[in-house]
Design a protein around this ligand. Structure first.
Ligand code: AMP
Ligand code: GLY
Length: 420
């Protein structure tokens, strides 16, 4: 069958590669993909916000299944659009995608269904928000409601920080703001928890921990993710059961009570404190770079999993995993997450030979005059499967040094929590 994948990051390259191994797949089209996907699929430059343009192409190439990587098209209703014309598509619909698209939507579910999360208040103007922070304890967290590409969250140590955050959000930094969310600051360690759901059944899809800050020791600005490792060091049977019982199941029940089913990957961003899970946020997709970190551990055919979800038969398949550790390091353009150059040639990439435990997934890359050049802030993902996280990290670093890209930088300390 012919597949279409929406997205251009490392996550989509990892999904594309895993799907390309399925015997059932004839051809994959990536909208728009990157230099990595262009080797195993055909990249198509169509504006993915334009669902009608996508539809025209998808019908013309007889694409029988669409897999959506990023949140934006999901939140904008791409699933509803293609389901209405009977083209199978993997991901949650517009209503369910509010779990990521509106933090307030999720918080209200948490409140009603007693899902453990940070205490919060919702404020509809600057004055009310400021009056609240004048009489509360710090640190606290100020959040824009809608999608903000990971930037709409301010951890505030004092009143001045919080005041500034409130003004930026209400002044439209992340689009028009009708409300703002102010939360208690949760202490603990973060974990990314994934499931897949077919609307009736769910299956676990591994855990990971990512490093969001640009600097070593988890310092500096927030980024899209500088690296990750899987499994999370925090997961154990008891915690796993608590997450399913206290967080995932009540959320799916809440959606059901609103006449909505959830199909696709669901990513719970959790804070773990004394083996108790608290929901920080939901994402209605795989994580990036968690996807790149987790997918190489998958033994089962990814297409079988996706098809089982589409057909609501997830209970009839088993998802098998390699019992091994995985660690991913992201090679970024110097300057990221601020200003960085594009179109910088990555010379040595084609000279590298990978063994079966090594992967290089492209993110911000493209082909220009037959060269692979950078096309974004996060450029390449180096993933290694190994018995130990230490070995996985060393092997990744060795590869990155071999490539020796003068315009790149990376964190050498990914996984420091699990590596002495
Ligand atoms: P979010 O976009 O909601 O994932 O927030 C981005 C990051 O901010 C999270 O990954 C956490 O590191 C941090 N964060 C968000 N909410 C809280 C909270 N209530 N307490 C502590 N840290 C938080
Ligand atoms: N790794 C964080 C995210 O995908 O949002």
């Amino acid at each position: 069958m012919n597949l279409g994948i929406i997205g251009s990051g490392g996550r989509e390259h990892a999904l594309c590669e895993a799907l390309s191994k399925s015997k059932k797949v004839d051809k994959i089209y990536c909208f728009p993909g990157n230099a990595g996907t262009s080797k195993i699929a055909e990249n198509i430059l169509i504006n993915t916000d334009d669902f009608n343009a996508l539809k025209k192409f998808i019908l013309s190439k007889n694409i029988q299944l669409i897999i959506v990587g990023p949140e934006k098209p999901l939140v904008e209703g791409i699933v509803d659009f293609f389901e209405s014309i009977n083209i199978p598509i993997f991901g949650p619909n517009k209503f369910a995608s509010q779990l990521e698209g509106s933090k307030i939507f999720t918080k209200k579910i948490c409140e009603k269904y007693k899902i453990p999360t940070a205490k919060f208040g919702i404020f509809e103007n600057i004055d009310k928000a400021k009056s609240f922070i004048s009489e509360t304890k710090f640190p606290l967290v100020v959040k824009a409601d809608g999608l903000a590409a990971g930037k709409g969250v301010y951890i505030c140590e004092n009143k001045d920080n919080a005041s500034n955050a409130i003004e930026e959000i209400f002044n439209g930094k992340f689009g028009k703001a009708k409300h703002i969310l102010i939360e208690e600051f949760l202490k603990g360690e973060e974990m990314s928890y994934f499931i897949v759901s077919d609307g009736k059944n769910i299956k676990r899809f591994q855990t990971a921990q990512d490093h969001k800050r640009v600097g070593e020791g988890d310092t500096g600005k927030n980024t899209g993710g500088m690296g990750a490792y899987s499994p999370s060091r925090l997961i154990n049977k008891e915690l796993d059961e608590k997450i399913l019982e206290k967080i995932i199941q009540p959320t799916l029940k809440a959606l059901k009570d609103m006449n909505c089913i959830y199909k696709g990957f669901l990513y719970a961003g959790l804070m773990i404190t004394n083996n108790e899970p608290y929901l920080i946020e939901y994402n209605v997709r795989m994580g990036d770079p968690e996807c790149q970190t987790i997918i190489p551990k998958l033994k089962s055919d990814l297409l079988d999993i996706v098809l089982a979800c589409i057909e609501s038969k997830l209970d009839q398949i088993q998802i098998d995993w390699h019992d091994i550790n995985s660690l991913c390091i992201v090679l970024c353009s110097k300057g990221y997450p601020d200003q960085y150059k594009k179109d910088m040639i990555i010379k040595n990439l084609t000279k590298i030979n990978l063994d079966q435990n090594q992967k290089i997934y492209h993110a911000g890359t493209k082909i220009k005059n037959e060269d692979i050049v950078s096309n974004g802030g996060r450029v390449l993902n180096f993933v290694n499967l190994s018995r130990t996280f230490k070995k996985a990290r060393e092997s990744n670093i060795k590869l990155i040094e071999e490539i020796n890209w003068p315009n790149g930088f990376y964190r050498k300390d990914i996984g420091f929590n699990v590596i002495e």
